[in-house]
Structure formats: C-alpha cells, structure tokens
Design a protein around this ligand. Structure first.
Ligand SMILES: Nc1ncnc2c1ncn2[C@@H]1O[C@H](COP(=O)(O)OP(=O)(O)OP(=O)(O)O)[C@@H](O)[C@H]1O
Length: 303
C-alpha cells in the first residue's frame, strides 16, 4: 500500500504538488492521471525518496522509502527508461543492480524472460530501441519481486504490441495482489488498464474514484440548448430535468431533446440550438482537469 498525506513540493515559486493526499491499495491497477505538468512525476519521485517533500509525507507499506531495509525487494519503479548506462549489456545492468541489492543472480535470467529480452541480454543497452529500454526498465523494477510497483508513463513511445504487453503485465501483477500505480496523461489508456483512478491537476487532487464509476458518470448524455431567453428556459426546464447553466448554453439531463423542444415551444420560447451530446471519456477528463495543466483542450462528440 502507498499512502500520501498532505504532500507538497515547491520549486522556487512553482508549486508542483500541492497538499496531495491519497492511498493506493494492492490487488488492483491504480491509474495516476493528469495533464502534462500536473505533478505526477514529482509525486512519484517523492514516494521513491528521490525528491524531498516541502511538506507532508509519502509512505510505502507504512514506512518512508529511506526506512526500507531492502528497497528493491519492496518497491520497483520505472521512471525514465533512458536513464541507464548505455555501454553495459542488459544482463550486466541487471546483475549490477541485483548484486548491490542482495538479490540472487539467478533472478536476472528470470526477469529477462518475463520481459522478453532473453535473446538480446548480451547486447549493449545504448543500441536499444525505446520499447526495449522500457522492457529493461520493467525488468529492473521486477528484479526484487516487490509487492509495490510504480510506472511513470510506461506506454510512452511504444508500438501497439508493446502497449498491449504492458497493459497485460500490469493487470497480471495486480491480480497477484501487488500494488500497481501507473501514471499517464491519457484517459483512454487508463480506461483500458486501471481499476481505480487518482486524477490530479496543478498538483491537487481532482478525483479519486473507480474507473467504472468515472465512466458511468462521464458518459451520461445530456441535451445542449441555446436560447435568447436562457434564464426563462432554465427556470422552465428545472421543473422536469436537471439543468446546468454554462453561460451561453444550458446542459440538461433527465429529459430527451424532443421533450426540451416541446416544453420550450409550449412556453413560447425560441431555441437557437438543441442537440444531444454524448461526452467521450476523454472529453470528461478534459472537462475535469481543464485549466489545471499546461495544456487545455476540450472535445465533444455531438450526435
Ligand atoms: N526540478 C524541477 N525544477 C523546477 N520545476 C520543476 C522541477 N520538476 C518539475 N518541475 C515543475 O513542476 C511541475 C510538475 O511537473 P511534473 O513533471 O511532476 O508533472 P507531470 O504531471 O509528471 O507532467 P509530465 O507528464 O509532463 O512529466 C511542472 O510545472 C514542472 O515544470
């Protein structure tokens, strides 16, 4: 289990992580979602003791990372797949890690097999493709057979086969009861991999929820309606449906478009737009995190 409490990190005037609290449980894949620059990597680095929090705490199985006796046996992480000495072979890189962490050398062959790198174990890492480097990073994370795993954007730069492989691996690791915490800026990716979601924006918690709940809530269709007398229309529709005022338009749930049109006509109110909107998961995520990252985009699918 990973526990983060009131975690804060400031770099000069930039607050990368701002009073963040959440818990990551074992036996499921927890997605850590947020736009670029939201603070995901910084949070992971603090959990792993690579960055010092300005305030708050991060614990792994009840203890701070620096208090772990055999860190690699308790927690494995893939942060930056390219941060490996390029002159070494894949096997030597892992042997070196195993030796310095009291892990038997025989485990190196095992993890090379798990990640599908046995055939290239004797090749220098410098010549590896990004996909191979990601696999090697995952082999290193698995070396100590840890119960807790952190992956920072593991599918970045991978081909479809590599993406499928990583997804399956993460799900298998969680099914074995491990805690799997994986960051991404892509909602669609997390929808296919994670069971639970922790969403952050500008270093703050935006949502902590099951993927099923998020999908059910986010894919709720609504009617988008524009009218010159918007306030009058809102008052009228509120008697039957749920109405959200978005300034230049209303979002109505609980009433189909035809019913909205009939009600408006019955009250003599002119409509300028009447459309049923099926929000995509990606759009719901953008809406949730809008203005909380370095980028901002909103997309909707109008039927
Ligand atoms: N060493 C640092 N010095 C100064 N600012 C930093 C440092 N590391 C991160 N930041 C800033 O902190 C904020 C959060 O960055 P972080 O890398 O944690 O975000 P992220 O959610 O992982 O995004 P990405 O997916 O783009 O890596 C950003 O504004 C970033 O510029």
């Amino acid at each position: 289990m990973i526990e983060v409490e009131s975690l804060t990190k400031r770099y000069g005037r930039v607050t990368a992580v701002d009073g963040l609290s959440f818990q990551v449980d074992g036996g499921r894949v927890t997605g850590f979602l947020g736009p670029n620059g939201a603070g995901k990597s910084t949070t992971m680095r603090m959990i792993l003791g690579l960055d010092h929090p300005t305030a708050g705490t991060a614990r792994i199985g009840g203890r701070a990372y620096r208090e772990l006796r055999h860190p690699l046996r308790e927690v494995g992480a893939l942060l930056d797949a390219r941060a490996v000495h390029g002159g070494r072979t894949a096997r030597d890189h892992l042997l070196c890690l195993a030796r310095s962490n009291g892990i038997p050398a025989s485990r190196v062959g095992e993890v090379l097999g798990i990640v599908g790198l046995s055939d290239v174990a004797g090749r220098r890492v410098g010549g590896f493709s990004l996909g191979m480097a990601q696999r090697l990073g995952i082999a290193a994370a698995l070396l100590g057979d840890p119960g807790i795993l952190l992956f920072d954007e593991p599918v970045n730069g991978l081909d479809p086969e590599g993406i499928l492989w990583i997804r399956t691996l993460m799900r298998d690791l969680a099914a074995e009861g491990r805690t799997v915490f994986v960051s991404s800026h892509l909602m669609s990716e997390m929808a296919q991999t994670a069971d639970h979601l922790i969403v952050i924006g500008r270093g703050r918690l935006v949502a902590d929820t099951g993927v099923d709940v998020f999908i059910a809530r986010s894919s709720r269709r609504y009617v988008r309606v524009r009218a010159p007398r918007l306030a009058d229309l809102a008052a009228l529709l509120k008697t039957t449906g749920e109405v959200e005022d978005h300034g230049d338009h209303l979002r109505v749930t609980g009433m189909p478009a035809a019913e909205v049109g009939e009600a408006a006509a019955g009250a003599g109110l002119t409509l300028h737009e009447l459309a049923t909107v099926e929000p995509t998961l990606e759009a719901a995520y953008m809406e949730l995190t809008k203005g909380t990252g370095e980028t901002r985009e909103i997309g909707e699918y109008v039927s």
